[in-house]
Design a protein around this ligand. Structure first.
Ligand code: DHB
Length: 308
C-alpha cells in the first residue's frame, strides 16, 4: 500500500518525486520520470531563453553526495509549455520550476504558465550558480518584492524553492514573508551554495565553473534539510505545505522528513546516482517503515517529531 498525500490541494499517490535539477531538462528525460515511480514530474528550472549552462565538468559525485554548478541549462519556458500537455499521458501532477534571471523574467514566465498545462509552480529563489546573481532568498527585501509581484498575477498554486537558512532570525524573517504573501507551499532545501571540494591527489577542484565552488547535495546536507523543514513547520501557517529535499537516500530518510513536518519529498543526488529505479525502491522502503511502525497515513506522522 502507498501512502497518499497532497501539495497545495494537488493529490499525489505517494510522497516521493523528483527535485528540479537532475535529469529533467529534455522532453525525453521528463517522459522517463513519467514512466518511473516518481509521484509527480518536476521540470528543470526554466528561464526565458534556452541556456547551455556552465562549462563542464559541472557535476561531480562525492563520497557522500555531490557538488554542482550547472548554470541553469534548460530549453527555455516556451519549450516547457509545449512539453507539459505531452506529459499529461502519465497521469501525474506536473510541476513547473521557474528560475527567471530577473523579476521581469519571472513575471513573464509565470503569466505564461497561468494558461499552461501544469498543476503547480515552484519558483526558485535559491539558485547559487549564476555568476553575479546572488540568491534572492538571502535578500529579504528582494524576496518581499518578488513575492508581492508574483502573488498578484499567479493563478495556479505557487510554492517557493528556498535556500537553506542557518540562523533563527533569518528563519523568522523569511517565514513572516511567506505567511504574509500566502505562498501555497515551500520546498526546502536547495543545495547549500558555493561549497568547495578539493581533490588532494590532483591538487585541484572537481568542477570547472567558479573556481570549483558549487551547490552541495546528498548525505552531507540531510541534517540541514531536516532543520529547515522543522523550523518552517514551526513558523509557517499550517495551510502552507512543506516539501522536504536534501540527502534522501532511503525510506527511513523520507520518514524523518515527514516527522519533521514534510508532506512530500524530492530526490536529487540519489536520482542522479541510481537513476529512475530509486523511486520504486524508496517508496517501498518508506511503506515498510510506516507499516512496521503501524502508521496508517502520512498525517499520523507529519510534524510529530518529539523532543527529549
Ligand atoms: C542550478 C542549480 C540550482 O541549485 C538551482 O536551484 C537552479 C539551477 C543550476 O546550476 O543549473
Amino acid at each position: 500500500m502507498s501512502y497518499k498525500t497532497s501539495i497545495a490541494g494537488i493529490e499525489l499517490k505517494h510522497p516521493i518525486f523528483n527535485a528540479a535539477g537532475p535529469l529533467c531538462v529534455s522532453l525525453e528525460e521528463l517522459h522517463a520520470i513519467g514512466y518511473s515511480h516518481s509521484s509527480a514530474i518536476t521540470t528543470k528550472s526554466m528561464t526565458i531563453l534556452p541556456r547551455d549552462g556552465n562549462p563542464e565538468p559541472r557535476y561531480y559525485e562525492l563520497p557522500y553526495g555531490s557538488i554542482n554548478s550547472m548554470g541553469l541549462p534548460n530549453h527555455g519556458y516556451l519549450k516547457y509549455i509545449e512539453y507539459l500537455p505531452q506529459l499529461r499521458a502519465h497521469g501525474k501532477p506536473l510541476i513547473a520550476s521557474v528560475s527567471g534571471l530577473s523579476l521581469a523574467d519571472n513575471m513573464e514566465i509565470i503569466r505564461a504558465l497561468n494558461d499552461a498545462d501544469c498543476d503547480l509552480i515552484e519558483l526558485n529563489v535559491s539558485c547559487p550558480n549564476i555568476v553575479g546573481k546572488p540568491q534572492i532568498g538571502y535578500d529579504m527585501e528582494q524576496t518581499d518584492d518578488v513575492l508581492s509581484s508574483v502573488m498578484k498575477v499567479v493563478r495556479k498554486p505557487l510554492g517557493v524553492k528556498l535556500p537553506p537558512y542557518f540562523d533563527f532570525v533569518h528563519y523568522e524573517q523569511i517565514a513572516t514573508l511567506l505567511n504574509k504573501h500566502k505562498v501555497r507551499f515551500v520546498s526546502c532545501i536547495n543545495s547549500p551554495g558555493n561549497a568547495l571540494y578539493i581533490d588532494a591527489d590532483r591538487e585541484c577542484a572537481v568542477i570547472k565553473p567558479k573556481g570549483g565552488f558549487g551547490g552541495l547535495g546528498g548525505t552531507y546536507i540531510k541534517p540541514i534539510g531536516l532543520a529547515n523543514v522543522r523550523k518552517f513547520f514551526e513558523l509557517l501557517h499550517h495551510d502552507i505545505d512543506i516539501v522536504g529535499v536534501g540527502g534522501i537516500n532511503n525510506g527511513r530518510d523520507v520518514f524523518e522528513y515527514v516527522l519533521a513536518g514534510a508532506r512530500a519529498v524530492q530526490l536529487g543526488t540519489i536520482f542522479m546516482h541510481e537513476k529512475h529505479k530509486c523511486f520504486a525502491r524508496i517508496v517501498s522502503e518508506f511503506d515498510e517503515v510506516m507499516a512496521k511502525k503501524g502508521y496508517g497515513s502520512i498525517e499520523d506522522v507529519r510534524g510529530k517529531l518529539r523532543g527529549l
